[in-house]
Design a protein around this ligand. Structure first.
Ligand code: HEM
Ligand code: HEM
Length: 436
């Protein structure tokens, strides 16, 4: 047998992921909710089910749809594997989004964790691209038209939009080249990026000596110095339970609900309404209210920019693992969310039926009437909201900024829900029970 290296403590693979001792705080389920670990389990499930799908799926316009039908009808457990892959992909967007929120609301993006925040953003992009490219692969009416809508949005990006659109589609309309591009990105490029970014992500967590944890007062019962436990088995066994729960939920979803499959794609007949996949519904809903340049370019651009720059914001008070900065921050968060839950639907309805700035200001260019004016009004509103919240709660700057962030986040969720459940034929506002 090969002798162990003199410096090696011969601890095994798991110690590449966890330090030998972890603070007891980390074991509390409430701390990270196991979301990062769940995301990892789902990515692994996607790889396993994806490889199984490859045995049957054919990436050509003629054969793609029939191969999915054959998979569902003639292959043992074919339908289940497709369901697992479909729900797994969608579940992953959800889990990764909540993981990102957990990182944000516990302030785990600062200092030593800065690089990991950026790697995380890269991972989020990979997850979105995986879902988006996978969406086209069955080549049914649903996927063909959803991808048509989404790739059409690129046209509104100034200067480089149409070039990017042509590269992605591989021409001027969705066809053979698009399917090849999406297939290659889906089964090779993105998995490769995930395979590079994920180990890097985990290494960074290890480098930061584990996940962020609120520092307990010295000599308190929670004092990290006193309450250290071995990560194997204490942490690892909890992670295993979490993984089994996630797999069980995924199987349950896949047994109960079939992945949607409409008729074969028909480029001559668009369904009404034609909707983007649910994770881009918020963006599609923005298009109903703002000039496309604002909805598709300006707002997403500044959102991504602020996410990238987040670790550079010099907060006086680092959250240090505390949820929502403080108890006051949490209360302000609830109030902001409640206000957004009222204001966002009201504004959507007003904009749909009553307010029409282009009609009120005839002769003003559409980009000003439907873009610049509403954005400036909203910016003034947000500044007022920040001031009022900060004064009312006698809060710090950080708590005020967080309240604004929560307000915008809830507005985005309302937009997404509206796009998914409240838009019917012609993208008119409809009750969910009237949707076909
Ligand atoms: C994070 C990783 C992944 C995500 C989020 C993801 C997501 C998706 C989604 C949402 C679909 C459409 C499913 C449907 O409604 O029919 C799909 C299809 C597909 N994916 Fe993936 N996927 C991932 C990784 C992979 C990998 C690694 C492979 C293969 C190596 C793969 C192979 C396939 C195939 C062959 C299809 C077409 C079959 C079908 O549509 O059911 N996927 N993927
Ligand atoms: C495929 C996607 C992802 C996987 C598999 C993943 C996995 C993980 C795991 C296992 C952890 C440690 C446990 C936990 O915090 O739950 C973690 C922590 C972390 N993740 Fe992710 N993550 C993903 C996406 C993201 C995203 C989108 C972001 C943010 C933009 C992010 C930022 C972070 C940060 C900053 C930490 C360290 C948190 C701390 O020290 O408390 N991750 N991730």
């Amino acid at each position: 047998m090969k002798p162990a290296h003199p410096n090696s403590k011969n601890r095994g693979f798991l110690y590449h992921l966890h330090p030998p001792l972890v603070s007891q705080n980390v074991l509390k389920f409430t701390h990270t909710w196991g979301l990062g670990g769940s995301a990892l389990v789902l990515v692994l499930m996607q790889i396993v089910t994806g490889v199984l799908l490859l045995f049957v799926y054919s990436p050509t316009p003629e054969a793609a749809y029939p191969s999915i039908i054959a998979l569902q009808q003639d292959v043992l457990f074919g339908k289940l594997i497709r369901n697992l892959h479909h729900w797994g992909g969608n579940f992953l967007v959800f889990i990764v989004f909540f993981h990102m929120l957990r990182v944000f609301f516990t302030g785990a993006y600062n200092n030593i964790r800065k690089v990991n925040w950026w790697i995380g953003l890269g991972l989020f992009l990979c997850v979105l691209i995986s879902n988006f490219t996978g969406y086209l692969l069955p080549l049914d009416q649903l996927s063909y038209w959803a991808i048509t809508i989404c790739t059409g949005m690129f046209e509104y990006i100034p200067l480089i939009g149409t070039v990017i659109q042509k590269i992605i589609i591989g021409g001027t309309e969705i066809g053979k080249a698009t399917l090849s591009n999406f297939f290659a990105i889906h089964v090779a490029l993105v998995p490769m990026c995930l395979a590079i970014l994920m180990p890097f992500h985990f290494w960074q967590i290890r480098k930061a000596k584990g996940v962020i944890c609120p520092v307990p007062p010295p000599n308190s019962p929670d004092d990290a110095g006193v309450q250290k436990v071995k990560s194997v088995p204490h942490l690892v066994s909890r992670e295993a339970v979490m993984a089994l729960v996630i797999i069980a939920i995924l199987f349950l979803l896949s047994v109960l609900f079939n992945a949607p499959l409409a008729d074969k794609a028909n480029p001559g007949l668009s369904p009404n309404p034609t909707k983007a996949p649910w994770y881009f519904s918020g963006l599609q809903e923005l298009l109903q209210h703002f000039h496309p340049l604002i909805a598709v370019f300006v707002i997403p651009f500044f959102t991504v920019l602020s996410l990238i720059c987040l670790p550079y914001l010099k907060f006086e008070k680092a959250a240090g693992g505390l949820w929502f900065l403080s108890k006051k921050g949490r209360r302000m968060g609830f109030v902001s969310a409640a206000i957004a839950l009222v204001i966002a639907p009201v504004l959507i309805v007003l904009d749909e039926y009553i307010i029409n700035i282009s009609v009120l200001l005839p002769g003003v260019p559409a980009v000003v009437a439907d873009g610049v004016i509403p954005v400036v009004l909203l910016m003034f509103f947000m500044m007022g909201f920040y001031k009022i919240m900060k004064n009312k709660f006698v809060a710090s700057r950080e708590e005020g900024v967080q309240a604004v962030f929560i307000f915008l986040l809830v507005c985005f969720v309302v937009l997404t829900i509206t796009g998914v459940w409240f838009r019917g034929a012609g993208m008119a506002l409809t009750w969910p029970w009237n949707l076909k």
